[in-house]
Design a protein around this ligand. Structure first.
Ligand code: BEZ
Ligand code: FE
Length: 282
């Protein structure tokens, strides 16, 4: 009997299920689903999954879906804490030597953040330790890129993004969009970011707690840097010395992105975070 019409057994389970989509006209879908089914069945066999455990998993996924809304995406959070977001990012953003590395995008980017003038202060709530962020957007040959868009966002001194505290923080707090001139330079005043927990009041937070994992991300500034003819760069600069650098809840830390946050010599109350972004060509 061919697997297409064969009866299901513990031994041939994945083959029998995948054979059912032999008529699928989308070869990529068939390939992805066959591999998914094979790994899922191998997993259930390897851990000898009990009925109760599978029930718990279904309940967990149900609750993960139920908490999702226009403002909350618990499945992306699940992908983040399982390291899948960073893995898919790594597979799809292999860059030449010298190009700035990508990291996780996260849920707190805002598509229509305010465009600001170079040097502007993006901290609108007056909280936190002031920090000068500056650097250049360069190509692989070290030439400045004119007209690059540098979209930045960070949490406030209490560890929340403006979109998490509507009505509490001023809209656009600690975010803004800057466009480079001929010298490729960007500069703005923000705050030295602080470490914060990812949203952990849902099923993903409960899972982390049961696994003995904390929900914290090391302090970072987010950047989305784009320019015509270049690959889109989604990245952060991390504050060196942060105690969560080696245990980021979403595995976003890369050594090349840990930036020197130092005190400005002539203004000891202000921090300085210089960082150049190097874009890879399309
Ligand atoms: C963030 O850095 O904003 C973030 C990334 C992944 C999950 C939650 C938050
Ligand atoms: Fe963040």
């Amino acid at each position: 009997m061919s697997p297409t019409h064969g009866t299901f057994s513990e031994t041939n389970s994945a083959e029998v299920v995948s054979a059912r989509h032999a008529a699928c006209t989308n070869p990529r879908l068939a390939e992805v689903m066959s591999a998914l089914i094979r790994h899922l069945h191998d997993f259930a066999k390897e851990v000898h999954l009990s009925q109760d455990e599978w029930g718990l998993a279904v309940d967990f996924l149900t609750r993960t879906g139920q908490i999702c809304s226009g403002q909350r995406q618990e499945f992306i959070l699940l992908s983040d804490v399982l390291g899948v977001s960073m893995l898919v990012d790594a597979i799809n953003n292999r860059r030449p030597e010298g190009a700035t590395e990508n990291t996780v995008f996260g849920p707190f980017h805002v598509a229509d953040a305010p465009e600001r003038q170079m040097g502007d202060n993006i901290c609108l709530d007056g909280k936190g330790e002031s920090c000068l962020f500056e650097g250049r957007v360069l190509d692989l040959e070290g030439q400045p890129i004119q007209g690059a868009t540098v979209d930045v966002w960070s949490d406030n001194a209490d560890g929340f993004y403006d979109v998490q505290q509507l009505g509490i923080q001023p809209p656009g707090n600690n975010r803004g969009v800057f466009v480079t001139g001929a010298d490729g330079r960007y500069a703005f005043i923000g705050i030295k970011p602080v470490s914060y927990p990812i949203p952990d009041d849902g099923p993903v937070g409960q899972m982390l707690a049961q696994l003995g994992r904390h929900p914290y991300r090391p302090a970072h500034m987010h950047y989305l840097v784009t320019a015509p003819g270049f690959q889109r760069l989604v990245t952060h600069t991390f504050v060196g010395g942060d105690s969560y650098l080696t245990s980021d809840a979403v595995f976003g830390v890369k050594a090349s992105l840990v930036a020197p946050y130092t005190r400005l010599h002539d203004q000891p109350t202000q921090w300085h975070a210089p960082f150049d972004f190097v874009l890879a060509p399309l």
